[in-house]
Ligand binder design. Structure first.
Ligand code: PEP
Ligand code: MG
Length: 758
């Protein structure tokens, strides 16, 4: 029987009348904790209120704890038992709080005297309002009935504090903003590693630059003239042209027109003319610039054309450049060097632009297999993905150190920490300058494994060669398409593909045809907006609907393959029929090239990416029909587990080692063997050395991965024999629960080493 005085459990009306009698939210909360402590026969009752903007819980009322702690005691979401109740939106009950694994001692509140602990979330539908806590001196004091009663009170409280967020907002404005220790002190944020490397710099929040108004700093000089504006205009144009040349040299396949939108706006007479007109009418150049940029931004933001809406970012970017050149003279910052971009959403083209403008690294919200992460790896820019809660805690302009290998973000890192990371960065650079990948990869018993490179940009070819890639297992052909204002011509594509084939000589190159849609949208796709882009016109579906685009690409690939060893692979194939239709088009393209008298590779092999559950279910049919299959786990995981690969909120569910994924891989490998169809794997599962023994044991003998990951992968292959790998795969395939796979991967049961051949 619980301690709660159930008969006296107050109802909503009682709470509402308490609220009406109170002068303020704090008054009300204080009355509420007294009443709840009485009903629950508890020594302590406290209410913590949650602030969504800072993701912090603050003690706002208590009976039993030290009163001085009110307003001072703060807990980040997820920290301690209170933070846990709020984060996971569930009750947390502990007979002895200090024994709970999530216990977090808080000095100065006096709570150590009350070991029995129970907390329930106060929530309003899906939003977090706060946490209601009771505590007592007697260990194991609360039982299930108490929990039920407290939960009911929590629900009723939420109904009354419905507008807590608003009230908190009003309240906060009355108080002088207190310096938050969490912002000042060094802090470590755990995210997910999206692109290797270490970067340091100041946070530059792009999310607010996009969503908020373009503003001038308060300290802008008031003595500027129209001549200063003209000088700023000319200087901005010079800088952009230089950036464009640099980008064109470094990233010839993708960055030819990367700053075209900026340059076009600059050249637009209406834009600069409007600013001049305002200046001549007596408005200061800074205010004139701000007014015109915001006016244009409003037009773009409300456009029904997605492509135009995206230009809002370019416009504000340009506005900042003009402003800095206007007020900063020679000291104006011309690029993002020394800065780490903090953004919730970016397009692959934004990432390219920012990387060209020397941004040091990226902290984003999203999943690690999102295409912005993939492009970051090719650009050698570190990227860490963090969830929305952690993201909101990183302040614009704070000093950051990001570790893209472990997925860590350090806010205000100490000098010591910087020194440690700098040394690590130097050591990594040294290792990379002397690549250590052998030309052939063998398992510990001599079994031969092929190690290929995934290529996204032409600039990856150099690394692929220096890491001794045996071929290109996946060339993602979409990136040259993503940045332009129109589809690249057959000739432009041919030149890019030819560079890859030439660079690989006789080594095998697998071109993947255009895989756009999902998180890779073309600016010029015609304003098509889909409710579920990942389930929409993506990959082969887009190509079969746009056969002119498809044919041009196929012709370019077939031509580039002449004299080389190239194959063509179709993405996101969901049926044999789609493959057959695509193969038909390849035949037509061959006839067309024949008629044109252009050389091409008549023996070009055709294959598919296995990325969909339907392709796994029909693996045998595909194996009989296609020349080769490559397993794309990035999408296979997303579609088999129904977990959006770009959504940070579900990234914990995005598991390459989910039993269903392991079995899918094994099925495809086995069917491939049965019908003598070449099977490889090119998804990010290969990046994880812990998964290598499973893949090899499941029958995969061709692995393709980003060049920089090849040394780790080769080492992982060399560390096991085939017999060991098969035993590991068998064990892992026998598990039905994720937790069993996790436990095994943490601590694999020893597999007896076989006698190796002499
Ligand atoms: C995959 O889906 O695993 C894959 C390699 O393709 P992408 O990441 O480009 O979708
Ligand atoms: Mg894919």
């Amino acid at each position: 029987m619980g301690k709660a005085n159930i008969n006296m459990t107050f109802d909503l009306k009682e709470l509402s009348s308490l609220f009406e009698k109170s002068n303020s939210l704090d008054d009300f909360l204080q009355s509420a904790v007294s009443v709840v402590a009485y009903h629950m026969r508890s020594a302590v009752c406290s209410i913590y209120i949650y602030d969504d903007a800072t993701r912090m819980l603050t003690l706002r009322a208590t009976q039993g704890l030290e009163k001085e702690a009110i307003g001072q005691l703060e807990l980040p979401l997820g920290q301690g038992l209170v933070g846990l109740a709020m984060k996971e939106l569930r009750s947390v009950c502990a007979g002895r709080a200090a024994d709970h694994p999530d216990f977090y001692p808080v000095a100065g509140s006096g709570e150590e005297r009350y070991p029995a602990f129970m907390a329930v979330p106060i929530r309003r539908q899906l939003s977090r309002v706060g946490v209601l806590v009771v505590q007592d001196v007697q260990p194991d004091y609360y039982d299930e009935t108490d929990e039920m009663v407290l939960r009911t009170i929590g629900l009723q409280l939420a109904a009354v504090i419905e507008n807590a967020e608003l009230l908190m907002g009003l309240h906060r404005r009355k108080e002088p903003p207190a310096a938050r220790p969490v912002e000042a002190a060094p802090e470590q944020i755990k995210g997910l590693p999206a692109s290797d490397g270490i970067a340091m710099g100041r946070a530059r929040l792009i999310v607010s630059g996009r969503a908020g108004r373009f503003r001038a700093p308060a300290s802008a000089p008031s003595t500027l003239t129209i001549d200063d504006f003209d000088r700023a205009l000319a200087k901005s144009e010079r800088q952009l042209k230089e950036l464009q040349i640099d980008a064109g040299e470094m990233l010839s396949d993708v960055a030819q027109l990367i700053f075209s939108a900026h340059l076009l706006i600059l050249a637009d007479e209406k834009f600069s003319g409007e600013i001049r007109r305002l200046i001549t009418s007596g408005i200061s150049p800074v205010d004139a610039l701000v007014e015109v940029v915001n006016g244009y931004a409003d037009i773009l933001a409300t456009s029904t054309n997605q492509r135009l809406r995206e230009k809002e970012h370019d416009l504000k970017d340009l506005g900042h450049r003009l402003l800095e050149n206007l007020i900063g003279g020679d000291r104006a910052q011309v690029d993002y060097s020394g800065q780490i971009i903090l953004a919730d959403t970016l397009l692959p083209s934004d990432v390219l632009k920012l990387a060209t403008e020397k941004a040091e690294g990226f902290v984003m919200q999203g999943g690690v297999t999102a295409h912005i992460a993939i492009i970051c790896r090719s650009l050698h820019k570190p990227m860490v993905m963090v969830g929305p809660e952690m993201f909101a805690r990183i302040q614009d302009d704070s000093e950051l150190l990001i570790d893209g290998i472990q997925g860590l973000v350090f806010v205000q890192p100490s000098r010591k920490m910087r020194a440690v990371y700098l040394r690590q960065r130097q050591a990594t650079a040294k290792l990379e300058s002397v690549p250590s990948v052998k030309t052939e990869t063998h398992m510990a018993d001599g079994t031969r494994i092929r190690l290929y490179a995934n290529i996204n940009l032409l600039s990856d070819l150099e690394s692929a060669n220096s890491f001794n890639a045996e071929g290109v297992g996946l060339y993602r052909s979409e990136f040259p398409f993503l940045i332009r204002d129109a589809f690249p011509t057959e000739e432009e594509q041919y030149q890019v593909y030819l560079r890859i084939v030439q660079s690989m000589g006789r080594r095998e190159v697998t071109f993947r045809t255009l895989d756009i849609g999902g998180d890779k949208l073309l600016a010029y796709q015609g304003g098509v907006e889909e409710d579920n882009p990942f389930l929409g016109l993506r990959g082969i579906r887009f190509l079969l609907r746009n056969k002119d685009v498809f044919s041009e690409q196929l012709c370019a690939m077939l031509r580039a393959g002449a004299g080389g060893n190239a194959r063509i692979m179709f993405p996101l194939v969901s049926s044999i029929d789609e493959f057959v239709e695509a193969r038909e088009l390849v035949r037509e393209c061959m006839q067309q090239l024949e008629r044109r008298g252009v050389a091409y590779n008549r023996e070009t092999k055709l294959g598919i990416m296995v990325e969909l559950p339907s392709a796994v279910a029909q693996a045998a049919d595909f194996a009989k029909t296609v020349d080769f299959m490559s397993i794309g786990t990035n999408d296979l995981i997303q579609y088999m587990l129904a977990v959006d690969r770009t959504n940070a909120m579900v990234s914990r569910l995005y598991l390459a080692y989910h039993p269903a994924i392991l079995r899918a891989i094994e099925i495809v490998a086995a069917e491939g063997k049965r019908f003598e169809c070449d099977v490889s794997i090119c998804g990010d599962i290969v990046r994880d050395p812990r998964m290598i023994p499973f893949l090899l044991g499941a029958g995969i003998d061709k692995l393709s991965v980003a060049p920089r990951r090849m040394p780790d992968v080769q080492r992982a292959v060399e560390a096991v024999t085939m017999q060991q790998a098969q035993s590991i795969a068998r064990t892992m395939l026998g598990f039905s629960r994720i937790s069993e796979v996790e436990a095994f991967m943490k601590n694999p049961a020893p597999v007896p080493a076989p006698e190796l051949p002499q």
